[in-house]
Design a protein around this ligand. Structure first.
Ligand SMILES: CC(C)=CCC/C(C)=C/CC/C(C)=C/COP(=O)(O)OP(=O)(O)O
Ligand SMILES: [Zn+2]
Length: 419
């Protein structure tokens, strides 16, 4: 790794070549190139001024991020209008980022959050993006993850498994694909969100079998000639959908339905040589959020291969370079994290950059994390398939294993939708 000064110098060189290197210029469109150059140039100027004088630059700005998350949670009831349908998501991004930083909210605040998410629950099952909104698979995933992170009795009680199962069947198509909402669009996010909720809530095996009949084959059809997954069969491979594809398949124990060697090659090529972070698709720009979407795909794919190929014991991407990109280029001094230099902070990027750093630190060896820089930079681990703490996954699955499976009896038979 070298001394801190060497590390900073390396990053300085990387940013410099990012601006001036011809090869980089030729692989981006001119509009994007201009945007990148001006934002990176600003960052480059700032680096020149402070790089060698402020060693704190290689530290996670813990307090600033905690302050930002706390302030955003308190603003939730009156969140920006443009985020009105993403309020369940905002809760999840805040709780997940906070727990990675070992930042705990007090019980009263968490009780308010549970109450808020209960208000987002739809009478027809599942959760909407905000109170009184139609159920949608994405906020359902966000709400279920949030309630499992909180993990109190009251939080678990806010999840109504029988109506949730009915909602899942109502958005399933007969080929095993899932719409995001009733009469909505079909893509691999839908399949992943449905599978993740079903597994986390430990639905009985016969329900899982019926709900996901054909789903693994449908997801496998989303893998493209490049090796990554598109949103639906025939669409361009993209990091976000690729995560959904392989995580969904892995949760169903059907990862062997896709070409994992091609997937691994495509995914590893998404790590940018200069920046150290990941791009989401071929010939596009680096973005901090892919630290999770692409970063988690790599250990997931490796884990599904490890029985087959013993060479898969070490994380194949450069975990140090990814941490450098996030720590040095994606932190706002006022709190929160970003896509790339020049962008404003937001909750989505705060959650997924930190989740990616956690993956980079913990995927190599559970007992000895690969932490770049000061030990203060160590984050708590995250479960790569659900992106909540591993201990929350275990607690939720254990809690719901004790639930009474007969709660599903007497409801409308799930198999009606197939007929
Ligand atoms: C669980 C769940 C809901 C997962 C969501 C997965 C996810 C992030 C999908 C990304 C969708 C997409 C095509 C973004 C492209 O944006 P862009 O063109 O602005 O970005 P780009 O230039 O980086 O491709
Ligand atoms: Zn992003």
């Amino acid at each position: 790794m070298g001394t801190e000064e060497e590390l900073m110098f390396r990053n300085f060189q990387r940013l410099k070549s990012y601006i001036f290197d011809d090869e980089k210029v030729s692989t981006t469109t001119s509009r994007e190139q201009q945007k990148t150059e001006s934002s990176v140039e600003k960052c480059f100027d700032r680096f020149e001024q402070i790089m060698f004088t402020d060693p704190r630059l290689t530290q996670i700005f813990r307090l600033e991020h905690q302050y930002y998350l706390d302030a955003m949670l308190r603003r939730l009831p009156s969140n920006y209008e443009c985020l009105d349908s993403s309020r369940a998501w905002c809760v999840y991004w805040i709780l997940q980022a906070a727990q990675l930083l070992s930042f705990n909210f007090d019980d009263q605040t968490l009780n308010h959050v549970v109450q808020f998410l209960s208000n987002c629950r739809s009478p027809t099952g599942g959760f909407g993006g905000g109170p009184g909104q139609y159920a949608h698979l994405a906020p359902t995933y966000a709400a279920v993850n949030s309630l499992c992170i909180i993990g109190s009795e009251q939080a678990y009680r806010a999840i109504d498994r029988p109506t949730l199962v009915q909602f899942l069947f109502s958005v399933r198509d007969s080929d095993g694909s899932f719409r995001l909402h009733v009469d909505g669009e079909t893509d691999v996010r839908g399949a992943y969100c449905a599978i993740s909720c079903a597994k986390l809530l430990n639905l009985p095996e016969p329900v899982i079998k019926e709900l996901f009949a054909g789903t693994g084959d449908w997801i496998a059809q989303c893998q493209t000639y490049e090796g990554g997954f598109g949103g639906a069969p025939g669409l361009e491979a993209h990091g976000g959908y690729t995560f959904c594809g392989i995580a969904g398949l892995a949760l169903l124990n059907e990862a062997d339905k896709c070409d994992r060697q091609a997937l691994l090659k495509w995914t590893l090529r998404r790590q940018m040589t200069y920046e150290g972070g990941f791009q989401g698709r071929t010939n596009k720009l680096v973005d901090g959020c892919y630290s999770f979407w692409v970063g988690a795909t790599i250990p997931i794919t490796q884990a599904t291969l490890s029985g087959v190929d013993k060479q898969m014991e070490h994380t194949l991407f450069d975990v140090e370079a990814l941490q450098e990109y996030i720590l040095l280029c994606c932190q706002k001094q006022s709190g929160g994290l970003i896509d790339k230099p020049g962008k404003p902070q937001d909750l989505y990027h705060t959650c997924y950059t930190l989740s990616g750093v956690s993956i980079a630190q913990h995927s190599e060896c559970a007992s000895s994390p690969q932490v770049l820089g000061d030990t203060i930079n160590e984050l708590l681990p995250t479960h790569p398939l659900f992106n909540i703490p591993p201990k929350s996954v275990a607690a939720a699955r254990s809690h719901f294993s004790n639930s009474n499976d007969t709660e599903f009896l007497g409801k409308d038979s799930p198999s009606k939708e197939e007929s």
